[in-house]
Design a protein around this ligand. Structure first.
Ligand code: NAP
Length: 320
């Protein structure tokens, strides 16, 4: 027998947990399938679980550690009656009404949970290089978000990896703080749009290191530099750095939904403009799984609130 809910939320980052707070306070008793610990984090909770100081989340004038912030989100949702389940969703069937959700394995004929409304908040992951010590160094010199961490690198020499628009944008933003920003790119040609390339190249504080792949991180507990390899000549080297920003793209968590929902060319879920409504009635999406532009905890939280209100109003229409 499946457990049936009015609202089931998939994901437990700022978007999912804000949706949980709002739907719980609307007496909808949401179930949050929060995911499971991963190789990069011993708790689910999204990208903030990998972040150290968060200084740009309103309400914390002294800043707060990412995992602590997520614990606050979680206990606030629980306080109003959200049920948290630390399990991974294996399969969904979004055409059925109520919608069906399987956890652990999708092989069973009957789903584990059914829900009238489903809020998808499965987030996105920054692509990483996959080098040793990468996870440990995040927040200790290694970052995936210039907006979040640029402030910590005032007057320092730092680098950005990547050759796309994100790398150009991150590098330009970082020149507000750093004394020098080196863009390390594995080829000799940028993937970024012409206008972004021109802006980065015209910036006196930006230098380019072409045909170069970072092959390792230096530093014990805190990044002090990188080892490099020239992708054309094979020549190896070392570079001293106090900060390194990885800007090689993002992967939204859409794998469960590709059979059911529309996906943009860049992999993000499609919702109606300025709303969380997807093409399937009763299915809403919010946070970084739909946002390829802002990618901030506060915007994800705001969009989780929108999804909760959209779900709540849609559920009300069923009683009309
Ligand atoms: P992207 O366009 O996919 O570029 C990723 C870059 O990272 C590429 O230069 C790629 O190198 C490099 N890369 C990938 N894997 C790597 C690895 N393992 N080691 C080293 N380098 C690696 O991603 P994005 O820059 O995040 O942009 C995503 C989309 O958002 C794009 O459509 C972009 O136009 C858009 N965007 C727009 C703006 C804006 O207009 N303001 C800002 C940000 C993003 P190769 O070039 O060799 O493949």
């Amino acid at each position: 027998m499946s457990d049936t809910r009015q609202v089931t939320i998939i994901g437990s980052g700022p978007a999912g947990l804000t949706a949980a707070i709002y739907t719980a306070r609307a007496n909808l008793e949401p179930l949050v399938l929060e995911g499971e610990p991963s190789s990069t984090s011993d708790q689910p909770g999204g990208q903030l679980m990998l972040t150290t100081d968060v200084e740009n989340f309103p309400g914390f004038p002294e800043g707060i550690m990412g995992p602590e912030l997520m614990m606050h989100f979680r206990s606030q949702a629980e306080r109003f009656g959200a049920t948290m389940l630390t399990r991974k969703v294996a399969k969904v069937d979004l055409t059925a009404s109520p919608h069906k959700v399987w956890i652990d394995s999708g092989d069973k004929p009957e789903p584990d949970y059914t829900a009238t409304a489903v809020i998808i908040a499965t987030g996105a992951q920054s692509l990483m290089l996959g080098l040793p010590n990468e996870t440990e160094l995040i927040g200790h010199g290694l970052s995936t978000c210039a907006t979040c961490d640029g402030f910590f690198f005032r007057d320092q020499e730092i680098a950005v990896i990547g050759g796309g628009d994100s790398a150009m944008e991150e590098a330009m933003f970082l020149t507000r703080f750093a004394s020098k920003v080196t863009i390390i790119h594995r080829r000799e040609e940028l993937r970024a749009s012409k206008i972004m390339q021109d802006r980065a190249m015209a910036n006196d504080k930006i230098e380019f290191l072409w045909n170069t792949q970072v092959t390792g991180y230096l530093g014990d507990g805190k990044l002090s530099g990188v080892t490099t390899e020239n992708t054309v000549t094979g020549e190896t080297g070392e570079m001293a750095l106090s900060g390194l920003f990885i800007a090689i793209g993002h992967k939204p968590g859409t794998a469960l939904f590709t059979d059911w929902l529309d996906i943009k060319e860049n992999g993000y879920l499609v919702t109606e403009p300025d709303s969380s409504i997807t093409k399937i009635p009763g299915v809403f999406a919010c946070g970084d799984v739909v946002d390829d532009y802002y990618r901030q905890a506060i915007t994800a939280a705001g969009s989780g609130c929108m999804a909760a209100i959209d779900a709540e109003r849609w559920l009300e229409t069923l009683h009309d």
